[in-house]
Design a protein around this ligand. Structure first.
Ligand code: UDP
Ligand code: MG
Length: 317
C-alpha cells in the first residue's frame, strides 16, 4: 500500500505566489503518484491564516479545479506557527505522513522525494536543513545563526539551520497533538517527540513573489517564544547575577573598612550614583524576565484555543 502524504502549506496574504505554488505542488504529487510512491488519497492542504487578500478564494478555486487541493481557513490571523499547527492537526488521522512547507517556494520541493525515502526507511521525523545561507542578507544570516547558537547554550534541543520544512509520520503527529502549549515554537517541540529522525539537506531559494510575511516584530516574537517556552536558564541567570553582586558588595565592604582604617574618605557620589543605576537596572531586568514567565504562565492557564477554523474545503465534514 502506497503512502498517503499530505503537504501542509500555511498562507498569509499569499495570492501572488499561490498559483505557482499549487501548480508545482500538484505536479510533484502527480509525479510521486505515477512512480507509485504515494497514494491517490494524497493531498496538498493549504491553511489560510486569516488573509486579507484573495488567498482563500484562490484555495477554493483550486479545490474546485482539482480534488488534490484542500484547505482550511482560520477565523483570523493567528501567526505562522498556529496556522501550521492547524494544518497538521487537520491532516492528522487522514494520512500516513505530512510534510510542512512555506507557501513562497523558498523550500526546495524536490527535497520531498528524499524526505519520503527517509520516511520509507523508518524515520518518523525528517528535518529539512538548509545547506547554505548565501541568499540571505548578512543581517538575517547573522541573527538566525546567532539565535540557534543561543538556543543551544540555553540547553534547548534544536536542529541547526532547520526551520519548519519537515516530514512527520502519523505517530509523530499524534504525539505532537498532546503538546497543548499556547506559545508555540514547533522547531523546539518536535525534537522532544523522540522517535527515529533524519535530515535532508536542501538549498533555500528566494521568495517567488510578494513580500516576507515575517517582519522584524514577528521574528522577534517567535525568537522570544522559543527561549521562554524551552528554557529556564534566564531565571537561573538572575540568581547567578544576584550572587555575583553579593560577592562584589562583600568585597567592596572589606575594601571600604580597610580604607576608613587607613584614613581615606570613601564616599564618592559619582560612584554611588553609578552603583544605584546599575542595581536599579539589573532589578528591573530581573523583574522583566520574571514577568515574562509569569505572563506566559497566565496565558497558558487560560487554555484558550490556539486557532479557530472558520471554513474548510475538500476535507469532508
Ligand atoms: N505565514 C502565516 N501567517 C503569518 C505569517 C506568515 O501563515 O502570520 C506563512 C507565510 O504565508 C509563509 C510562511 O508562513 O507560507 C513563512 O512566511 P515568510 O515566507 O513570509 O517568512 P520568511 O521566509 O520571510 O521568514
Ligand atoms: Mg519565506
Amino acid at each position: 500500500m502506497s503512502t498517503v502524504l499530505y503537504i501542509v502549506v500555511p498562507c498569509y496574504n499569499e495570492e501572488e505566489v499561490l498559483p505557482e505554488t499549487s501548480a508545482r505542488l500538484g505536479e510533484k504529487l502527480s509525479a510521486l503518484y505515477e512512480e507509485g510512491r504515494v497514494s491517490s488519497k494524497s493531498r496538498v492542504l493549504f491553511v489560510d491564516d486569516g488573509s486579507k487578500d484573495g488567498t482563500w478564494r484562490l484555495i477554493k478555486d483550486m479545490n474546485e479545479a482539482s480534488g488534490v487541493f484542500c484547505g482550511v481557513s482560520l477565523s483570523h490571523n493567528r501567526g505562522h506557527q498556529n496556522a501550521l499547527l492547524a494544518g497538521l492537526m487537520s491532516a492528522r488521522g487522514r494520512c500516513d505522513c505530512v510534510i510542512s512547507m512555506d507557501a513562497d517556494l523558498q523550500d526546495d520541493i524536490d527535497a520531498v522525494d528524499r524526505m519520503l525515502e527517509e520516511y520509507e526507511s523508518g524515520s518518523d521525523v525528517v528535518y529539512g536543513v538548509r545547506s547554505a545561507r548565501e541568499k540571505d542578507t548578512f543581517f538575517k544570516r547573522f541573527t538566525a545563526e546567532g539565535y540557534y547558537k543561543l538556543l543551544k547554550k540555553m540547553g534547548c534541543e534544536v536542529v541547526f539551520n532547520h526551520a519548519d520544512y519537515r516530514l512527520l509520520s502519523a505517530r509523530a503527529l499524534n504525539a505532537l497533538a498532546a503538546y497543548g502549549e499556547h506559545d508555540l515554537f514547533l522547531r523546539g517541540i518536535v525534537p522532544m517527540l523522540g522517535y527515529q529522525t533524519s535530515t535532508v539537506e536542501y538549498e533555500r531559494g528566494e521568495r517567488f513573489a510578494g513580500e516576507s510575511k515575517y517582519p522584524l516584530k514577528k521574528m522577534l516574537a517567535l525568537a522570544f517564544d522559543g527561549i521562554f517556552s524551552l528554557s529556564m536558564k534566564p531565571i537561573r541567570a538572575i540568581t547567578a547575577c544576584g550572587i555575583g553582586l553579593l560577592i562584589l558588595a562583600a568585597a567592596l565592604f572589606v575594601f571600604s573598612i580597610v580604607g576608613v582604617c587607613l584614613g581615606y574618605t570613601m564616599l564618592n557620589w559619582k560612584l554611588l550614583t553609578l552603583a544605584m543605576c546599575l542595581i536599579g537596572g539589573l532589578i528591573l531586568c530581573a523583574l522583566g524576565i520574571l514577568g515574562e514567565y509569569i505572563g506566559r504562565a497566565y496565558i497558558e492557564a487560560k487554555k484558550r484555543p490556539r486557532y479557530n477554523i472558520g471554513d474548510k474545503v475538500g476535507l469532508g465534514k
